[in-house]
Design a protein around this ligand. Structure first.
Ligand code: SF4
Length: 232
C-alpha cells in the first residue's frame, strides 16, 4: 500500500523520516543526554540488523537514526526500542529534545548537564509534546565557557559560567540560514534558567508567526523587548 503525502507528513512529525526511495524510513531514536549504555547500544545494533541494513547514523544533536526501515516494521522497531527505555521522536514543530554536552563527566563542567538535559526533555519535550509551536524550538546546554554544543546557535542556550550558575543566550539558529544568539544580562541558577526557558517557549507560542523560527521572532520583536519579557 502506497502511503499518501499526509500520512508521510504525520509519520515525519513522530520521528519517522521518509527516505527518497518512497518506501523506507529512518527512525530517529532519542538518546537522553547523548549517553547510552552497552545494553542500549546492543539493542540498537540488533534492530539495525533485523529491520534495516545493519547501519545507523549519529545526528548532529547526539541522537541515532536507523535508516532503511520498511513502513510495516515501524511499530515493531518502536516496541523493541521501548524494551530498553528508548523512544522515537525529536521532529515536528514543537520543543525538541535538549542538546547537552558531556559536562557531567567533563572536568570543566559547572553543573550536571545530563540531569539538566533529562529535566528539559521531561518538562518541555514530553511535557509539551502536544502543544505545537510556530516551528521547532531548540534548547542547547553547555557546561562551561567552552560551549562545545554551541549554545549561541540554539533558540535558547544555557552555558555554565560558575558552579551552578549559567548565562542565557536567545535567538540563535543554524541551518539554511543562521543567526548568532545574544546574551541576556546576568547569571542565573539552573532552576531559574529553566523557568526562563519556559517563558521563552510561551512567548514564542504567543508571538511567533506560522513557520517563523524563534530567532526571527526575536529579531522582529526586538531583542530588548523579548529580554525584558523574559527577565525584566
Ligand atoms: S562545554 Fe565545557 S563542560 Fe561541556 S564538554 Fe565542553 S568543555 Fe566540557
Amino acid at each position: 500500500m502506497e502511503l499518501t503525502n499526509d500520512q508521510k507528513k504525520s509519520l515525519l512529525g513522530q520521528g519517522y523520516i521518509p527516505s527518497d526511495d518512497g518506501v523506507h524510513f529512518a527512525c530517529r531514536v532519542l538518546i537522553p543526554a547523548g549517553k547510552m549504555n552497552a545494553e542500549v547500544a546492543r539493542k540498537i545494533a540488533e534492530i539495525c540488523e533485523k529491520y534495516g541494513k545493519g547501519v545507523f547514523n549519529l545526528t548532529q544533536r547526539a541522537n541515532v537514526e536507523i535508516p532503511w526501515i520498511k513502513h510495516q516494521d515501524l511499530d515493531k522497531v518502536a516496541s523493541e526500542l521501548k524494551e530498553v527505555g528508548l523512544f522515537i521522536g525529536g521532529t515536528g514543530i514543537r520543543v525538541r529534545p535538549a542538546l547537552v554536552c558531556k559536562g557531567n563527566v567533563c572536568k570543566f563542567g559547572f553543573f550536571n548537564t545530563e540531569d539538566v538535559g533529562k529535566e528539559i526533555d521531561e518538562r518541555f519535550y514530553r511535557g509539551q509534546y502536544k502543544s505545537l509551536l510556530p516551528n521547532k524550538f531548540r534548547i542547547v546546554v553547555s557546561g562551561c565557557n567552552n560551549g562545545c554544543t554551541k549554545p549561541l546557535l540554539g533558540c535558547i542556550g544555557l552555558q555554565g559560567r560558575k558552579p551552578n550558575q549559567v548565562t542565557i543566550m536567545i535567538g540563535g539558529m543554524f541551518g539554511k540560514d543562521h543567526m548568532v544568539g545574544q546574551e541576556l544580562a546576568g547569571l542565573y541558577s539552573v532552576s531559574e534558567a529553566l523557568d526562563i526557558v519556559e517563558k521563552a517557549i510561551t512567548y514564542y507560542r504567543e508571538n511567533g508567526l506560522p513557520g517563523e523560527r524563534f530567532a526571527k521572532t526575536v529579531e522582529r520583536m526586538g531583542f530588548e523587548t523579548v529580554a525584558s519579557f523574559l527577565v525584566g
